[in-house]
Ligand binder design. Sequence first.
Ligand code: 1CP
Length: 345
Amino acid sequence: MNDSTPLLLKALNKEKLDIPPIWYMRQAGRYMPEYRVVRSKFKNFLDMCKNPEVCCELALQPINAFNLDAAILFSDILTIPDAFGLGVEFIENEGPVFNNPIESIDDINNLIPFDPDSLSYVYEAVTNIKDALPKNIPLIGFCGSPWTLAAYSIEGRSSKDFNKTINFIKKYKDESHFFLSRLSDACFLYLRKQVQAGVDVIQIFDSWANILNNQELNELSFNYIKSLIFALKNDPITANIPIILFARDPKCNSDALIETSADCISLYWSMNDFCLESAKGLTALQGNLNPKILLESKEIIKKEVHEILKKFKDFPGYIFNLGHGLTPDINPEMVKYLTEIVREY
Ligand code: 1CP
């Protein structure tokens, strides 16, 4: 890769760099006052996501505020269940609520076919963001993992343990696998459209990997992520697009993550036993500062950041990020400080 290649793409190509590229999960969001101004104009969060001009403005806010090395599409992982007709709404202080969740075998068998064109508002947002971004800043597109999307769709809302979902899957095993494969196919078509519209990188969010035991994780989540990555790598449109996989606190060893064939593994903040040696040359790594550290003093932030940078200093292909998303209680000043000390190190 040449000198003008963006840092993020160099790192995803497993190059060792002096200064890592920096971006943050949930870099656009409620912790930013300028986000809250725009958000206050919409009652329903998804209505805001359906407005490509607004998505463009929101995706650029953190780039302008912190001079980051990548932008992420402003949207949500729940656009796919919404396109399947499950009626996704975001309720103040409650999060997502589904008006038509998956409650029976019939609900799965009667699902309407996924039409990727019904999410054209997302691809329009991608085009707008790409047009507005400086040419050297790549844009990350994304989707939820099939398992994480299934969990919301069956539970009908967020949950700590997704018990209803786990019971449903145990009771209706074959149908649940059929649903997971439908979601997987939808993710593929959706990501391919995002790439056609201009995204440079893809991130898959397996945000509810944490509630599965090792065997369930392979059977219900990683199997489908693997086939999704295989499909993307074997399609001429998406073959050269690097794929980052974020799994929240997965109950598995380093090899299981590497074997998904993702180009980069985004480490959850508690994953400090991940084996760097076995990942070398096979995947890039991203992470993994605990976002809660940003609620501490500058001294503590600096100490924690230096520990992480020291650990990944010689790793070929490292991206600085958090171990999960920025939360609404974080002060944007600390995000600015964080970015500065990573670049100064
Ligand atoms: O009212 C508001 O302002 C809504 C807050 C919000 C925002 C800013 C939600 C609701 N989604 C988003 C944007 C979003 N979501 C982005 C783009 C912004 C960016 O990253 O800069 C992305 C990539 C997501 C992805 C997403 N949505 C994930 C995966 C990441 C993760 O945190 O693990 C998940 C799990 C969701 C579901 C979701 N959307 C919104 C909420 C509150 C939730 C979580 C609900 C829960 O706790 O289960």
